[in-house]
Write a protein that binds this ligand. Structure first.
Ligand SMILES: NC(=O)c1ccc[n+]([C@@H]2O[C@H](COP(=O)([O-])OP(=O)(O)OC[C@H]3O[C@@H](n4cnc5c(N)ncnc54)[C@H](O)[C@@H]3O)[C@@H](O)[C@H]2O)c1
Length: 465
């Protein structure tokens, strides 16, 4: 039954990665010729081995741990532990399985720590498993509009989170929950720096890459910085994660890659790409690079996001729905640039839930694939978004301008991701407008025109310095 959990000392690191197959928290039992347990191996052990210079064809004897936790079945039955060993190893890895052995130390079964503790009832206090380490997720760009909410939700779901961010915009975001969660580590750093990449990648189970110079205007203001962050840093992170066999890597591309679609078809992942900007072209370059690096043990999942909307811990008022809500409330005006163009949209909370769904879904299903991630109920023409805003802010006047028209025009379908995982975005544009209204009404001192809420303005300022 546990065929895929067993190895001998002579197996290779590559074979061990194959048996773990990207499953979080899975342990491999290293046994001798009598099938007695002599060691335990985790992905963390394997990756530390690779970082220490071993290669995939090296034997696992160089990397497995012989100081491991196990439980004797006879002691478990009596709920009395004398020779069983718990927590002997410093738990840096997300181990949440434990081998149950007979008196000859042959493995009878492998159980999750949670199940083991549950089965012990009150006796669980007798074992010193103080901490079960849930998977450790690295969120690159963890202080951003999507990243900040993602980190918080992951922490609430008990994941360990390492966030790295250069803090280009709102520097207070992370402070809001830094001290509240023990399993949260924040590193202020530039992901373009290879030292930072090596530093943050240690002992993580999965990577979500969100750090970029985001949006066409910001990318146009600093095209070389955008090239470094949005393409070169992703390329080297892909090289590194592929080298370390980090199976799960989630990257947020954008539906901007579709650019303009005159026929107004509902676009899917096979539709033609027609990027109109430096930002969108780099998204395509990064998608290709990630897929070029795919292996059996590095299976990136690429999301092409619709335009994101809704309040977040780090707000952005340079996104169409959010900008309309802000102008409607503070200026009593909803400015529509053009109006006829179609745009797929998605609530930031749905993006977070989509990413978490991807973290929790086997890479066999969604690895090495591209998915649109948008809301099928939120494909709107820009003028339609204005109508939704006006419903909540009825005193605002709609003003159509023809001077600043963004040429993007596309509708997108997220059917493919729905079919793979059952996930559907559910939060509407109307709901986001209601939430913004509540937020504006609640905080009378809130200044939505602070530059920290506008990527272009901050990036453009750094250009002048
Ligand atoms: N928001 C949208 O509408 C939208 C739409 C499509 C795709 N996306 C994609 O989603 C991802 C996240 O977008 P967002 O809206 O959260 O943007 P954001 O600008 O709010 O977040 C990006 C974060 O990355 C950080 N960052 C930038 N360069 C960095 C570097 N070199 N090192 C470390 N940190 C760095 C910034 O400080 C910021 O906190 C991006 O890849 C973006 O292209 C967003």
């Amino acid at each position: 039954m546990y065929k895929n959990n067993f190895l001998t000392k002579n197996n290779t690191i590559k074979q061990a990665f194959g048996k773990i197959n990207g499953e979080f928290g899975k342990i491999l039992c290293v046994v001798d010729s009598k099938r007695s347990l002599i060691g335990v191996l985790t992905t963390g052990d394997l990756r530390r081995g690779i970082l220490a210079g071993f290669n995939l064809n090296d034997k696992i004897e160089k990397v497995y741990s012989n100081d491991f936790s196990f439980v004797y079945l006879h002691e478990l039955k009596k709920k009395k532990f004398i020779s069983s060993k718990f927590n002997t190893k410093k738990l840096t890895d997300s181990i949440y399985q434990i081998p149950i052995v007979n008196k000859k130390k042959q493995v009878i079964s492998i159980v999750s720590l949670e199940k083991l503790i549950d089965s012990l009832g009150d006796n669980s206090k007798k074992i010193s498993l103080k901490k079960i380490n849930y998977p450790k997720i690295l969120v690159v760009g963890g202080a951003g509009y999507i990243g900040a909410n993602l980190c918080l939700k992951l922490l609430k779901k008990k994941y360990q989170v390492v966030a790295v961010d250069k803090l280009l915009y709102d520097k207070s975001v992370i402070k809001k929950y830094l001290n509240k969660y023990k399993k949260f580590k924040f590193i202020r750093g530039d992901i373009c720096d290879l030292n930072v990449q090596i530093d943050v990648i240690k002992n993580v189970d999965a990577v979500v890459f969100l750090a970029e110079i985001v949006g066409d205007p910001a990318c146009n203001a600093r095209p070389e910085d955008a090239l470094k962050t949005n393409y070169l840093s992703i390329s080297s992170m892909a090289t590194l994660c592929s080298h370390l066999n980090i199976t799960k890597f989630i990257y947020t591309s954008s539906c901007s890659v579709y650019g303009v679609n005159k026929k107004n078809d509902l676009l899917n992942e096979k539709s033609d790409l027609n990027p109109l900007s430096h930002y969108a072209r780099m998204k395509i370059m990064s998608e290709k690079t990630l897929l070029n690096f795919r292996t059996n043990n590095f299976k990136p999942t690429i999301f092409r996001l619709g335009t994101v909307f809704g309040p977040s811990l780090r707000n952005r008022f340079d996104l169409v729905v959010n900008t309309m809500a802000k102008n409607a409330y503070y200026n009593k005006e909803i400015i529509v640039n053009g109006g006829e163009q179609w745009r797929p949209n998605i609530h930031v909370d749905d993006v977070v839930d989509g990413i978490i769904t991807a973290i929790q879904t086997s890479s066999k299903k969604i690895g090495s694939k591209i998915f649109n991630l948008s809301s099928d109920i939120s494909n709107y023409q820009i003028k339609g978004l204005a109508s939704e805003t006006k419903k909540i802010f009825p005193k605002a006047n709609v003003k159509v301008v023809k001077s600043l028209i963004d040429g993007r025009n596309y509708r997108a379908s997220s059917e493919l991701f729905y079919k793979a995982t059952g996930f559907k975005a559910v939060k509407s544009v109307l709901q986001a407008n209601k939430d913004f209204k509540k937020m504006f009404l609640k905080d009378k001192k809130f200044n939505p025109n602070n530059k920290i809420f506008n990527n272009f303005e901050i990036i453009n300022d750094t250009k002048k310095k």
